[in-house]
Design a binder for this molecule. Structure first.
Ligand SMILES: Cc1cc2nc3c(=O)[nH]c(=O)nc-3n(C[C@H](O)[C@H](O)[C@H](O)COP(=O)(O)O)c2cc1C
Length: 178
């Protein structure tokens, strides 16, 4: 699958089969996370890849019902911002850097035939604090998002979110001036 195919065919996947993700594929996805741009090349992220079922369940619980897809996922990736590495005059760029890393991983997973859904964490501070506690994180590492990953179970329905609105892309775009 080329890059454009990956971008245009990606969708959130919330129901997964029992098939595990190979270590090689997981490492490819994580490497993709570290391959995006970051502000002043701060590389102010950290990733925790989890395949242990019990930990996945605890992560799901910590984020609340919207994170239910993690319960059946083959893996979860907790994306963290590393404030010690963030650009000192404007540390908030860590949020952008984390999002870029997440999207790189989502697209790479899709290109490998692995489904995923993004689970929002920051800036919902109760989720941030619950993940912080679960992973006993030091102060400078801030939970950003979680990706639930696995092979799509085409049979299972029940997406947590309604199907996305399909406004044409041209609704969002103007040329030269708004
Ligand atoms: C920042 C962010 C947070 C999200 N949080 C959740 C979530 O907690 N649970 C969930 O099921 N989907 C979550 N999603 C997935 C969106 O619901 C999904 O991307 C959107 O409905 C568009 O559908 P698509 O991904 O299939 O294009 C999140 C997406 C983003 C970008």
């Amino acid at each position: 699958m080329d890059t454009l195919d990956a971008i245009f065919t990606r969708k959130s996947v919330r129901n997964f089969t029992d098939r595990p993700i190979s270590r090689e594929n997981l490492e490819t996805i994580l490497r993709a996370g570290t391959s995006g741009p970051s502000c002043v090349n701060a590389r102010d992220w950290r990733f925790v890849a989890v395949t242990d079922r019990e930990t996945l369940l605890k992560m799901a619980e910590a984020n609340g019902r919207a994170a239910d897809p993690l319960k059946g996922a083959a893996a979860g990736i907790l994306i963290l911002g590393d404030l010690d590495r963030a650009f000192p005059p404007a540390k908030d760029y860590w949020v952008i850097d984390g999002a870029i890393a997440g999207q790189n991983m989502v697209l790479t997973a899709h290109a490998l035939g692995i489904g995923s859904v993004w689970l929002g964490t920051w800036p919902q501070m109760e989720r941030v604090e619950a993940q912080r506690k679960l992973f006993a994180l030091p102060e400078h590492l801030v939970p950003h998002s979680i990706l639930a990953l696995g092979y799509e179970d085409g049979e299972a329905g029940g997406n947590l979110r309604p199907p996305k609105k399909e406004e044409p892309w041209t609704d969002f775009v103007r040329f030269e001036t708004l």
